[in-house]
Design a binder for this molecule. Structure first.
Ligand code: ADE
Length: 263
């Protein structure tokens, strides 16, 4: 899969494509990445790419001309690529979107905006998909483009050493991941949960499922509501409920205790 970023800061992408799992995916030929400098397509001695917005207002807007030319170059390098604009006005990025993009394995041309925005006419002419990585405003789309490329790359066959780890990811099953531990088994007096040292694979799986459910319930109950719980999961959540009730029963809420003499 090929990625081509259109940006005013191509130097930002070098370390991204050279490092970690993404770097290894490049080395193994699973992905290729380039960055094109939009300024290379600006005319004039000063290579200006922006201008004031029509109708007034603060900030500068990226002009359509240089970006259009940069896009023509990008399309000639990657014919058939999907053209994506990173913008806070875009569709919220999600694991599901990453899975669709990785599943189709279509090349991506990623437009990274700067300034207050991009002239709408060039967006209307070229852009197929607008993506936002969250409800906050970055100074440009470069980090957002890296987020998208990172999330997509690790889903491509062969990118992770162990394919199973992508399938059990947080969000790929609308469940957050259970806690993880490694050696030493006793660290500064803190023990690793015994069951994980037991070698009982079934018990370990059950512990992990149970803790994934509890973590999701506490941190992201919205994910749990969306999930179709199976019988085992309902039972594991029931077990947590009973555990909580036992704790509360053992600690009557003093001050709220309605019995005579209570409080
Ligand atoms: N550019 C600026 N902010 C952004 C965001 N939240 N998502 C995608 N692109 C952006």
């Amino acid at each position: 899969m090929n990625f081509l970023a259109l940006t005013l800061f191509p130097e930002l992408f070098g370390p991204f494509w050279e490092t970690g799992i993404v770097g290894r995916a490049v080395e193994n030929g699973i992905i290729r990445g380039w960055a094109i400098d939009i300024r290379d397509f600006a005319g004039g001695r000063h290579r200006v790419v922006d201008d004031r917005p029509y109708g007034g207002g603060c900030g500068m807007v990226m002009q359509p001309g240089p970006l259009d030319k940069a896009l023509a170059e990008a399309k000639s390098r990657l014919p058939g690529a999907a053209i994506v604009l990173l913008t806070p006005r875009g569709r919220p990025f999600s694991q599901q979107m990453a899975e669709v993009l990785a599943g189709t394995a279509r090349d991506l041309i990623l437009i990274c905006g700067r300034y207050e925005g991009i002239d709408q006419r060039v967006i209307d002419r070229h852009v197929e998909l607008e993506i936002s990585i969250g409800d906050y405003v970055l100074t440009g789309g470069e980090l957002a483009a890296m987020v998208v490329m990172d999330a997509v790359t690790r889903l491509l066959p062969g990118a992770l050493g162990n394919q199973a780890s992508a399938a059990s990811d947080s969000f790929s099953q609308e469940l957050l991941e259970h806690a993880q531990y490694t050696r030493p088994s006793n660290w500064q007096g803190e023990e690793v949960p015994q069951v994980l040292l037991s070698g009982h694979h079934r018990q370990i799986e059950t512990w992990r499922k149970s803790h994934a459910l509890a973590t999701t319930l506490l941190k992201r109950p919205d994910l749990l509501r969306k999930r179709n719980l199976d019988r085992q999961e309902i039972r594991l959540l029931e077990d947590w409920r009973l555990e909580i009730e036992r704790i509360l029963d053992a600690q009557p809420l003093r001050g709220l205790d309605p019995s005579p003499g209570g409080g």
